[in-house]
Every structure is written in C-alpha cells, then in structure tokens.
Design a protein around this ligand. Structure first.
Ligand code: GLY
Length: 400
C-alpha cells in the first residue's frame, strides 16, 4: 500500500511537472513563434512599401480582385502604417523602416490642424507619438501638441464628450466607443505641457462614456447620439455592428483598450474595474470561436457562417497584455493565456499571409464595416499595427 501511495505521488508530481513543463514549453514556443513572425513582418512591410504610391498610405487589399486600396492622410487609418514601421524598427533596428516611416509622416503633418475628425489620436499618436518615443524631438512635440489642441476643439462641456463624427441627418452629436482610443494623445499633451485641460477632457469623455455606452452585460453600444443643447442622450445605436442592440466586436476591443489606457494614465481604479468587466464580456462570450478570433459581431445571427475580425483579436490581445500588469495573479494568468491563444492563432497560416502575398499586409481576415459591405474579410492596416504591438508587448513582458 505504501509503495502504491508513493507510486501515486510520483505520478501526480510527474503530471504536474509535465504540465508545468508543457506550459513553459508553450511560452517559449510562443516567444520563438513571435520572433519568427516579427522577422517575416519586417520583410512583408518592406514589400508593402514597394506597392505604395508616393502620396498614399496603405489601407487594405482585396484578395479576390488582387487590388490594393490606399488612403490619403485625412483618413482615420493613416497613422497605422508609419506606426507599424516604427514598431518594426524598434524590433529590427533596420533604418530602411524608419526612413519609410518618416517619408509617410511627412504626408501626415498637416493633419495636426484638422478639426474635422475625432480620429487624431489614432492618426497622430500612433505615428508621431511612436516617433517621439524613439527619438524625442521638438518637431514631433509641436505636431502632437497641435493635434491635441485640434482634437480638444471637438469637446462639448455640456455633454462631457468629444464629438466623433460630424452632425448629419442621422445624428446630432454622435460619440462612438472607438473614440476612447483618441484619449492617449490628450494625456501625453498634459504630461508634456503641464496644461491639465487635456487631461480633464479625457477624464470627462471617459466618465461620460462609462455612464452611457455600457449595457448591464458590460458590452457597449457603438454610437451614443447626444443633444448638444441639453447634453441628454437622444439614442443608442450602431453604425458598423449587426444591430443597435448587438455587440460589434471591434467596439468591444476599443473599449477594453481605451479603459486600460485610462487606468494607466490616471491610476483611478474605476477604469480598471471597467476594463476588467469588458475583458470578462469578451473572454466568456459564448459566441467566441475556439481560436479566440471573434466573429465581426458577437450577436451576428449568421454565426458560425460569417466573417471573423482579426483586428478585434489583435487589439484585444494587446490590451489584455497591458491589463495583465495591473491586476491580481489569477486575472493576470487568465489575461495572458487568452492573449497567448490569440497570438498563436494569428501567427498561424490561417491568419498570417506568406511574405510577398496579401498585398503586403501581415494578417488576413479582418472586417471593417460589414453592414456597408466595406472591407469584409480583408487585411487591414490597423489589424497589423495592434498585432505587432501585442507581440512586442508580450516580448517585453517576458523580458525578451
Ligand atoms: N474606428 C473605426 C473602426 O474601428 O472601424
């Protein structure tokens, strides 16, 4: 009997150390997978650079017709390409990438004075914000400060929010969950200048969004339409999701990332709580596929016969890696495991294109705006950006 117990204990210990070994192996496997993916990304982006007209930025590629789509600097995605190049430069130190980033940033410079969009955080912070982190310069700082000033002109104190899209027949003062992503630029501006007005606008926008954008199940509406005269909510709707009541996948990812940044910037625990609620919504969603790359809307009635959104997965992975640094041990493990699963899936052949294909983009299978039949099941410049960011964050977390 004693021998049997000893045998059992040895078996259990062997099992535990076996599974610890498996976990360890998985982690180091992922790190080598990431290194391989980043090396290929460097080659892919050098190829992408050869496909671009001098005055354009990459947006997507249509695999069926083999046609690329580009954008000018005023489009909301214009900052992601220089940003991706800069991230890949920090990984590879290949000067060609930095030169290409600066070339494209020259096109973007004029957007610092653009008061017609709320997307200046995406456009200017993902580009010049990353440049500033690598090589701080007065030029970057002036551009970023002007961008923060332009963005702030869209703030309505009666509502407490920055206006997303301009007024139209459909909305008076629309605020979309995506707008949470533009606040990081404002925090930078206060830190740099000492002018707290940017910080206050960001906090007010986040608090109003927390109050009006979230449902009881912690998913969010895409658009909240306000009355600029009274500050009251007129309606809660969608633009890019399946229905007003549904949970558009990228919107959930923007919220998760945005409230994680809010906690980083303010250390106010209510933002951490909000980010963790969104994380729970995403991670426990019954419509999430096994590989954790969500369908384009968590409530699409066509699931599983509908499109994925790799961009939502990449944004989620990047946000969860950061969030894992702010929470307790159990949540940390869960967030990291979830992001590891996403990164494993994205790095595989189902989502990563071979170098020289996919119009030069890294990832396949994102969805821009399905209800408008726009950019469905295609690569997207921002999917690549947040994927590269997530991989770099994971490497940094592991001290590699
Ligand atoms: N910010 C626009 C989008 O996520 O499609």
């Amino acid at each position: 009997m004693r021998h049997f117990k000893k045998y059992l204990t040895l078996l259990v210990l062997a099992g535990i150390s076996g599974s610890l070994f498996a976990q360890q192996k998985n982690k180091s496997d992922l790190l080598s997978t990431i290194d391989d993916a980043l090396q290929k990304a460097v080659a892919q982006y050098q190829y992408l650079a050869t496909t671009l007209p001098a005055d354009s930025l990459p947006r997507t590629y249509y695999p069926l017709t083999k046609k690329s789509a580009f954008s000018e600097s005023g489009w909301w995605t214009s900052g992601f390409y220089p940003g991706s190049l800069l991230y890949l430069y920090t990984y590879s130190h290949n000067p060609v990438l930095q030169t290409e980033a600066e070339k494209k940033e020259a096109l973007l410079e004029k957007e610092q004075f653009n008061k017609g969009t709320h997307d200046l955080g995406f456009m200017m912070y993902c580009s010049f914000g990353n440049s500033e982190k690598i090589h701080p310069s007065e030029k970057n700082e002036t551009i970023l400060m002007n961008s923060a000033r332009s963005l702030s002109t869209r703030f309505n104190p009666k509502i407490g929010c920055i206006q997303s899209w301009n007024a139209s027949k459909k909305w008076k003062f629309p605020v979309i969950i995506d707008n949470m992503m533009n606040l990081e630029l404002l925090f930078w501006a206060t830190k740099h200048s000492g002018d707290s007005s940017f910080y206050k606008i960001a906090v007010s926008h986040a608090n109003t969004t927390m109050k009006n954008h979230f449902r009881a199940d912690n998913s969010s509406w895409h658009v909240v339409n306000y009355d600029p005269e009274t500050g009251q909510v007129i309606s809660k709707q969608t633009a890019q999701g399946y229905a007003d009541y549904s949970a558009w996948s990228r919107g959930q990812a923007w919220g998760l990332y945005g409230f994680t940044v809010m906690y980083r910037a303010t250390h106010d625990r209510k933002y951490l709580v909000q980010a963790e609620k969104i994380a729970r919504y995403i991670m426990t969603n019954p419509n999430l596929p096994a590989d954790k790359i969500p369908y384009w809307d968590y409530n699409s009635p066509d699931i599983p016969a509908t499109y994925r959104d790799a961009s939502a997965a990449a944004i989620t992975a990047s946000a969860l890696i950061e969030l894992s640094g702010y929470t307790d041990a159990i949540h940390k493990t869960n967030y990291l495991k979830f992001s590891e699963d996403i990164l494993h899936a994205l790095a595989g052949p189902a989502y990563t294109a071979p170098v020289g294909q996919n119009g030069g983009f890294i990832l396949k299978h994102s969805t821009g705006a399905l209800p408008m039949s726009s950019e469905v099941d295609v690569p997207l410049t921002y999917a690549d950006y947040y994927y590269i960011e997530a991989m770099l964050r994971y490497k940094a977390l592991k001290g590699k």
